[in-house]
Design a protein around this ligand. Structure first.
Ligand code: ADP
Ligand code: MG
Length: 729
């Protein structure tokens, strides 16, 4: 008999750390060498053109065609000097991953010799065959044209021998078919309204960008074990698996020393990332076994998203070179922590000021409070949309379970800020205190010259936490393109800031003093958005009850959560801020539904296959071993002894039979439910059926197979077990 786990798997696992390819020198020696960054631009572009291009990038202006031609020539020279032969437009279709189509620089043959060419036109625009990318009905297949267009604000980079040019992806008719287009538009909306509000405080502020630092969590699993688990292989998560006797109870992995084989993998992927200008800074073990995290230094949000997508790609490829597989799924293992992608978000001005950093002067503290309160108010008004923005079939398994924020959106701001906001709010009632006095009191001037925030005042359970100089949106899933969440966050804050300005201006027209006007709107907002602030443990039962009292929704499933995208209020919000129009929002909703249906459908199929082809045959095999053994006992012993000796085995035989029967009948029922779901007339109903009728079978099947795993001889169990997946290094 083949001894599956002890022989084949163990020989397949190559535990020896691979030699690190990263050089031992300084990071700065090679940082960014594979990107057409400002240094390369300066070297390869005429001075005037360089200035023009940088100016256009900073202002977000269109780059004119003449400049594009020169940039293309410089790019080609730079890239060919590094052995590059091909180029591609690199974009982010709504599949969730990135796409590329490579073309050779080669453009003409003269006298049998090839000529390399790459012009402004190739740089600015391409027309990939777009018919297979999701469009949510925007494009018909007969009019499948889609365009990619150069995003000069994200530098081109080299992967292998290909020059990659970050682009947006839009339909022939102009609608966005990607994440980048609305992200850029949301950043423009945010810039516009944030800069306008800044004008109250500082006339020098003319531009505001969102900064983003994305912490990426992931699991590593040995490739041989991964390949032996069809569920991991096909769905990215384990659909079955009995808990390991030890997993994360002792939290002994958190920040622990990183295993050698993993360190050499990390050094390699960080080297690749650094060459591409991705500023990876932090690496550590996470709480769960074989779970890790890395975080770059924050960058402008659009660039940060590009870099995160690129980073996931690099991690994936480098892991394979080290005989690992990286799991980006939000919940690869039941009962063990899931993975998130914390989005650290803030606002930075052209004058170099972080608007979410409390200042040293009364004026800057006042500005800080205005922004803080507007963000909280935006959150309060759009919790469901923000919840929708992080919804996916895979994140559903994570939210609200082990060590993950619940599906309730709330904001944590810390004890000190809470006190300050409470003081301001109370002053509203105390009419005898003038606004000026109240302001002095609350902002603590002159007694507390600065709002000195205590950085240790952290709450790791909140979905949206203020962490000293930025907000951390922790509910975003580890496999997500952060744009979805950032488009919503930028837009709701942009919208709120514009409303804030409007309300303040209305008071100014009535001759209210500017500070008083700002102060009174801040007060009003604090009051109106109080329910969204929660300082306690968001993982607790009490919070679920309290949130319900506060009428904060706790939307558990994706089909429910994404409905927020097509509400009239959402359409109005996005249209008013010129980020997405109704057609685009409806298309996105369709794509999200379709994606959900397919994900659950695939998992349901894999569960069926595994149960019928892997689990049941092995259960029967072991059952037969027991039956043989009982027969033997009967032959050997007298009736009384036989009864005594066979008692437990007979019980196990029965137990196995029951589990087999349950598994088989539930697979059949699940298939029936799938058929019914597939026949539903539209995706909304289909997604609902998959969620409510098909998904509940997953836990039932799992309970029976996990019990069988417990009963059956370890030697013949067909799947690598949790203890192996989680602890093999
Ligand atoms: P923690 O695990 O405690 O949340 P990390 O050091 O892992 O902290 O990650 C913090 C992230 O926040 C980093 O990516 C960092 O660059 C980012 N960050 C810091 N300041 C800002 C800011 N002003 N805007 C956006 N991101 C920021
Ligand atoms: Mg964090």
């Amino acid at each position: 008999m083949s001894n599956f786990r002890f022989t084949s798997l163990n020989t397949a696992i190559n535990r020896k750390p691979k030699e690190v390819t990263a050089p031992s020198g300084k990071i700065s020696d090679y940082f960014g060498e594979l990107t057409f960054n400002r240094v390369a631009m300066q070297e390869f572009l005429p001075k005037e053109i360089y200035k023009n291009l940088v100016n256009a990038i900073e202002k977000g202006d269109k780059v004119d065609r003449k400049i594009a031609d020169l940039v293309a020539a410089a790019l080609k020279n730079w890239a060919m000097g590094k052995g590059v032969t091909h180029y591609t437009h690199w974009f982010q279709p709504l599949t969730g991953s990135t796409a590329e189509k490579h073309d050779a620089f080669l453009s003409a043959i003269e006298d049998g010799r090839g000529i390399e060419n790459f012009q402004g036109g190739n740089l600015i625009q391409q027309e990939p065959d777009a018919s297979s990318f999701p469009s949510g009905g925007i494009r018909n297949t007969f009019e499948a044209r889609g365009y990619t267009a150069w995003d000069p604000s994200s530098p081109a980079f080299i992967i292998d021998k290909t020059l990659c040019i970050p682009t947006i992806f839009i339909a022939y008719t102009g609608e966005a078919l990607d994440y980048k287009t609305p992200l850029i538009k949301s950043l423009q909306a945010l810039d516009k309204s944030a800069s306008a509000v800044c004008q109250y405080f500082d006339k020098n502020i003319t531009k505001v960008v969102a900064t983003l630092g994305i912490e990426q969590e992931y699991f590593l699993v040995d490739e041989a074990l991964f390949n032996a688990r069809p569920d991991l292989f096909l769905t990215g998560r384990t659909l079955f698996g009995h808990a390991s006797a030890k997993d994360q109870q002792l939290a002994d992995q958190y920040f622990g020393s990183i295993p050698e084989r993993v360190v050499s993998f990390m050094k390699d992927f960080e080297y690749e990332a650094h060459k591409l200008g991705i500023p990876i800074k932090t690496r550590h073990n996470e709480v769960a076994p074989n779970q890790f995290e890395c975080a770059p230094i924050h960058e402008e949000a659009n660039l940060a998203v590009d870099h995160n997508l690129l980073l996931m790609d690099i991690i994936d490829k480098t892991a394979a070179q080290h005989n690992f597989r990286a799991l980006f799924h939000e919940k690869p293992y039941a009962g063990v922590n899931g993975s998130g992608k914390h989005n650290n978000w803030s606002l930075l001005t052209n004058t170099g000021i972080n608007l979410l950093s409390p200042g040293r002067t009364p004026k800057s503290n006042f500005r800080f409070l205005a922004f803080l309160v507007c963000i909280i108010k935006a959150l309060n008004n759009h919790t469901d949309l923000l919840r929708g923005s992080i919804a996916s079939a895979s994140n559903d398994y994570r939210l609200g379970s082990n060590e993950a924020p619940p599906a309730i959106i709330s904001a944590f701001i810390g004890e000190q800020l809470t006190r300050i906001l409470d003081e301001i709010e109370k002053d509203v009632k105390k009419e005898n205190i003038s606004a000026d006095q109240a302001k002095e009191l609350s902002i603590g001037i002159p007694k507390i010259p600065e709002i000195l925030l205590d950085n240790t005042d952290r709450n790791r359970t909140s979905s949206f936490a203020f962490t000293g100089n930025k907000f951390e949106f922790r509910a975003v899933g580890s496999s997500a393109n952060c744009s979805a969440a950032m488009i919503v966050l930028n837009t709701i804050v942009a919208d709120q800031l514009a409303k804030f300005k409007k309300e303040v201006d209305e008071l100014l027209v009535k001759n209210t003093n500017k500070d008083d006007a700002i102060y009174s709107i801040i007060k009003k907002y604090i009051k109106e958005s109080k329910r969204i602030r929660f300082e306690g443990n968001s993982y607790s039962e009490e919070w679920l009850k309290e949130a319900e009292k506060r009428e904060l929704s706790n939307i558990k499933s994706t089909p429910e959560a994404i409905k927020a995208y097509v509400l009239q209020s959402t359409i109005k919000l996005f249209e008013n801020n010129s980020v997405l129009n109704e057609r685009e929002l409806k298309a996105r909703y369709e794509i999200k539904l379709e994606n959900y249906i397919k994900k659950v459908q695939i998992e349901a199929r894999v569960i069926g296959d595994l149960a019928i082809n892997h689990i049941i045959p092995i259960a029967i095999k072991y059952q037969n071993v027991l039956i043989e053994s009982v027969r033997g006992l009967k032959e050997l012993f007298d009736e009384t002894t036989y009864k005594r000796c066979s008692h437990d085995q007979l019980k196990t035989i029965l137990e196995i039979t029951e589990h087999i029967n349950e598994i088989k009948s539930n697979v059949d029922k699940m298939i029936e439910e799938r058929k019914t779901a597939n026949n539903m007339p539209n995706n909304e109903q289909k997604a609902k059926a998959y969620n409510e009728k098909v998904l509940p079978f997953f836990d039932i099947m799992r309970a029976h197979t996990d019990r069988l795993e417990f009963l059956i001889d370890d030697e013949i169990w067909p799947l690598p077990k949790y203890r192996e997946l989680l602890f093999t290094r």
